[in-house]
Design a protein around this ligand. Structure first.
Ligand code: NAI
Length: 219
């Protein structure tokens, strides 16, 4: 089973949102924000924000609000954004290429050091300035390049085999886009991404009213 977190995942999942909103406030040169204003912007209660931050020592002052820059810097630090991470992308198809090209990750400190694929027509070509390598080079590359995170963008058939190779070679974190429940050792962080969950939420909401109209008609 993958590594468990100390603080609850519900709290952890709210932190990037706090970070994003605070970044936006900073960009708009807003120096201070009341906890009420911040909570209204974020759609969570002020007490939820306080409770979340209390996990890390608590910030801000009652009735005075938060210093935006201070809180932003602290949450950046909590999120580990005060350092950089070496990443590799496995699978240089549509998704892998999009991720490797997305400059905002790099700006946040996630540097793509290597990209791997099995297709001979991709191997040797470049995405940005990074050459796509044969997957056969994976073990050697990991050993020599201090890789922190592997980003898995391959079809599910090969994903477990590659995940096993990654963890056997010392990778401690996998950001997994392959549609499969991977098995990884207890000390490995596994974060699965399902864009389709978000898309299906959109389609649900487009149809929600019809759903209830029909069920009322049926009664
Ligand atoms: P794609 O077919 O464009 O790219 C997949 C790439 O992986 C190909 O270049 C292929 O040669 C390579 N590959 C296959 N086996 C490999 C191996 N053992 N080692 C290295 N490279 C290997 O597919 P696309 O659109 O990029 O999607 C990739 C995966 O991500 C699919 O499984 C897809 O279902 C999934 N996906 C997941 C999303 C999510 O939200 N979780 C969103 C979009 C795609």
């Amino acid at each position: 089973m993958a590594k468990k977190s100390i603080v609850s995942m519900a709290v952890i999942r709210r932190l990037p949102r706090y970070h994003r909103y605070l970044e936006e406030l900073l960009k708009n040169d807003i120096k201070r924000i009341s906890s009420k204003e911040l909570s209204e912007k974020m759609g969570v209660t002020a007490s939820q924000i306080r409770q979340d931050l209390n996990n890390y020592g608590g910030f801000g002052q009652q009735g005075y609000g938060y210093n935006v820059e201070e809180l932003y810097n602290t949450i950046s630090k909590i999120l580990g954004l005060d350092r950089t991470y070496n990443t590799i992308v496995i699978g240089a198809g549509n998704l892998g290429q999009a991720i490797a090209r997305y400059t905002n990750f790099e700006r946040k400190g996630f540097k793509v050091k290597g990209i791997f694929d099995i297709k001979s027509d991709l191997i040797g070509t470049k995405i940005k300035d990074i050459e796509i390598m044969d997957i056969d080079k994976l073990n050697e590359f990991i050993s020599n390049n201090n890789i922190d995170i592997a980003i898995l963008c391959i079809p599910k058939d090969n994903a477990q085999k590659i995940a096993d190779r990654l963890t056997k070679n010392g990778i401690k974190a996998i950001w997994n886009f392959s549609p499969i429940d991977l098995r990884v050792p207890d000390d490995v962080i596994l974060e699965n991404v399902h864009l389709s969950d978000s898309l299906l939420t959109v389609s649900y909401r487009l149809n929600e009213e019809d759903l209830f109209k029909n069920s009322t008609e049926e009664k």
